[in-house]
Design a protein around this ligand. Structure first.
Ligand code: PLP
Length: 429
């Protein structure tokens, strides 16, 4: 193979990937699809340029339009989240988190965070970003059935251990964090409250999940490509005092990035505007669909976590499939059927089980974005249950999913109506 052949091989694989996803039903809880207008931003010259620092105080020439885009994006972020501050520069949720960690804490400080086994994210683990900063980590007690922090016990822990920062927010995020219930403990200890809203940012934007800034959080970090349907990127919003905010901004630049990927910042700006117009309707439909999918799977005899509280109040639901062959087998079978989910550790699994955990995690934000109605979701749930329970060969279901998916070819809740999987074939097939 020549180098040219290899280059075209990569292109061909990318196109095969694209076709595969265009014919599959995407249910990974941390993914989404962008609007055509936001996608267009990624292809602009902005993607080749540098801008370091803050607007109007740059180190390079040529940033006049970039400054205007960044000002607008920052302002849209503040309006959408009704916050005093917004920094749209982090290039991922993890980058937003490291910026806050560098801004707020020093090696040896203590941070309280959700347990990985309770849905916490690796950036809050000893082998993730907080560990790299040399912080001491405490985990909140949580209810394994709802994967939610137990406020009374967590309050006692906070009062006893006096962490400098209390971090909340999860990667398996079924129910709002009981922030108000822990307020007395926060006040007694005087800790900083930081909410990692990576997963639920779009639901917060749509005002259909808790509003952390109104419930005591000073800072929210997030990914902008999960329930918030924008580019792969991050954001920080907050109401902290100016001095604290400045420290966090220094954690972004020069702390953890130099350039901040200007094309995806423009895509973020576009998506913030679209969320101001369509975010509330979108977030309602996402949550409605996740409840319906949970109820359908439950009625088909599949164990869904959180039954006592109605399974979920977010985009996510979790199925315990240990009696159906385990998370790995079920996720692989669903993939063969053209339905994409991820296997997931459940509370009580050992970390050694990470390749074959007891659960699968399912999210409805992407199917909602392409227009799945309640009835479509019910049909999907019944199809999934056939695969999960081993009642039908996954390959036989594959044709059905392909045919279902062919009815969902455009992105909703945004400006413009282009098909999502159209790409520019500069060199032909
Ligand atoms: C709670 C939480 N925080 C942070 C992140 C990291 O986000 P990113 O993938 O954008 O770096 C994730 C990713 O899934 C997450 O679930």
């Amino acid at each position: 193979m020549t180098f040219r052949d290899e280059a075209f091989k990569i292109r061909s694989l990318a196109m095969q990937h694209q076709r595969f996803f265009s014919e599959s039903i995407p249910l990974i809880a941390s993914e989404n699809i962008m609007s055509p207008l936001a996608m267009e931003m990624l292809t602009t010259d902005l993607g080749f340029r540098y801008a370091e620092g803050l607007p109007h105080h740059r180190y390079y020439q040529g940033n006049g339009f970039v400054d205007q885009i960044e000002d607008l994006t920052t302002d849209l972020g503040k309006r959408l989240f009704q916050s005093r501050y917004c920094d749209p520069r982090p290039i991922s949720g993890t980058n937003a988190n490291t910026s806050v960690i560098y801004g707020l804490m020093k090696p040896g400080d203590t941070v309280a965070a959700p347990d990985l086994a309770g849905g916490g994210h690796i950036s809050a683990a000893s082998f993730g970003a907080v560990g790299l900063r040399g912080l001491k980590i405490l985990n909140y007690p949580f209810d394994p059935e709802t994967m939610t922090i137990i406020p009374d016990e967590a309050s006692k822990m906070i009062i006893r251990e006096k962490p400098k920062v209390c971090l909340f927010g999860q990667s398996v995020f079924l129910f709002p964090t009981p922030l108000r219930e822990m307020r007395d403990a926060f006040q007694e200890v005087g800790c900083r409250i930081w909410y990692d809203g990576a997963h639920v940012l779009g639901l917060i934007a749509g005002k259909k999940f808790q509003q952390p800034l109104k419930e005591g959080a000073e800072i929210i970090t997030g990914s902008t490509h999960k329930t918030f349907p924008g580019p792969q990127r991050g954001i920080i919003i907050g109401n902290a005092e100016e001095e604290v905010w400045k420290k966090i901004q220094r954690g972004v630049f020069p702390g953890t990035i130099s350039n901040h990927h200007l094309n995806s910042m423009a895509a973020l700006g576009v998506t913030l505007a679209e969320e101001l117009d369509f975010g509330e309707a979108y977030a309602s439909a996402v949550i409605e669909n996740s409840k319906i999918l949970a109820e359908t799977l439950h009625s088909e005899g599949i164990r869904i976590l959180g039954e006592s509280r109605g399974f979920t109040e977010s985009h996510t639901l979790v199925a315990d499939v240990r009696t159906n062959g385990g998370g790995r087998k079920v996720a692989e079978d669903l993939e063969k059927a053209g339905i994409i989910v991820n296997k997931n550790l459940l509370p009580g699994d050992s970390s050694k089980d990470s390749q074959n955990p007891s659960g699968i995690r399912i999210g409805t934000q992407e199917i909602t974005r392409i227009g799945f109605s309640k009835n479509d979701v019910r049909d999907l749930g019944r199809l999934m249950s056939l695969v999960i329970k081993g009642r039908s060969e996954p390959e036989k279901i594959r044709e059905e999913t392909r045919s279902i998916k062919s009815n969902f070819n455009s992105v909703k809740y945004c400006y413009g109506k282009l098909e999502p999987y159209k790409y520019i074939e500069i060199f032909g097939e």
